[in-house]
Write a protein that binds this ligand. Sequence first.
Ligand SMILES: [Fe+2]
Length: 434
Amino acid sequence: MRLPEFWLLMILAGVFAGAMEIAHAYDRPPPRQDFAVSVAAYADPTTPQQVHVSLAGENKMRISWITDKHTPPIVNYGTSSGKYEHSATGVISSYEYVTYISGEIHDVVIGPLNPNTVYYYSFATGSSSTPEYSFKTPPAQFPIKFAVSGDLGQTGWTKSTLEHISQSNYDVFLLPGDLAYADRIQPLWDSFGRLVEPLASQRPWMVTQGNHEVEKIPAIHHTPFTAYNARWHMPFEESGSTSNLYYSFEVSGVHVVMLGSYADFGYGSDQIRWLESDLKKVDRRKTPWLVVIVHAPWYNSNYAHQGEKESVDMRVMMEGLLYKARVDLVFAGHVHAYERFNRVYNQETDNCGPMYITIGDGGNREGLASKYKEPQPTISVFREASFGHGELEIVNGSYAKWSWHRNDDDESFESDSVWLKSFASDTTCKANKK
Ligand SMILES: [Fe+2]
């Protein structure tokens, strides 16, 4: 090779390496502030607001909404727009928090409902201008798609994440804790409810609690989770749990366990006993997939939230139960970033352990957790501090695709994906089929 050709090649190699580096290093836009939804639409105090739906036992849905003035807890619903063949009545509650008094929180369970069907619904407010809403029930069987994103908050980034999720054609949303980031400022729970309503009134939203839901104030407000429990009633009664902080549900061949990082998880605790009995009930012929959601991650190579007891002690208390039950996937939030691990048990790669994913990347005002431990542990496969959301597409009883979608400026960009095989279809790590 002649000398000029050699240097030309070296320059091209340098440009190519630089381009690779640029492509890998994502230049993040600055943090965004809280995003306020206009309240002008709610000038009439009987106007329903903060409408959201959640699964509430087999073929049933819980509908929750808030009004500033009394309206009856009655939902009218049917499968044609404007024609409501059915009606259901529920209950009203409210709560006080220091000087704040909530609006009337309406809680109505409707059903039985047909799978994979759009239902139109409205509320008996006494006004002819009461809006109509609609939701789609999940399919009876596979395929089903979950959207997953934790630590949402209510910033411009949250709005971007929600827009991407709404475009994903998902069936059920899973939120691993830290919803509104109200942090004791109760009207922020209301603004969060208004922000998520366009999505949460159309598909079931299943949530568990994070540390931002605790909201105790020493000597002033002793009861934890006051707003969370009042506003986000999950189907704990239906799953034999005594607490809204941990429960399970089954949908389309998937058994989902929601754990409570901030409920007692010690020896002999209600949560441990409930978890043991719930996992024993799982029948992998009926629900081949077993998924667990928790707020504080048990595996985490980010510097954020290292060594917290909700991560360290809870893992020690519960990991063996999940391993024995052949849990397929564990999602966590808390760390404001994305990280995917191998199948892990007892801090080592183990083909019979769950795959762990941290997805606390919804977009809250605290910003990203961008400092990682080096070198990257061998159990950690992919990690990146960007906002975004995940999609779990369960194709059938054996295979599922997990993908992570970064909020690339205002575009959604699939940055990580992996195919999983369920333990129900695995011959080497047999799951209990009863
Ligand atoms: Fe958190």
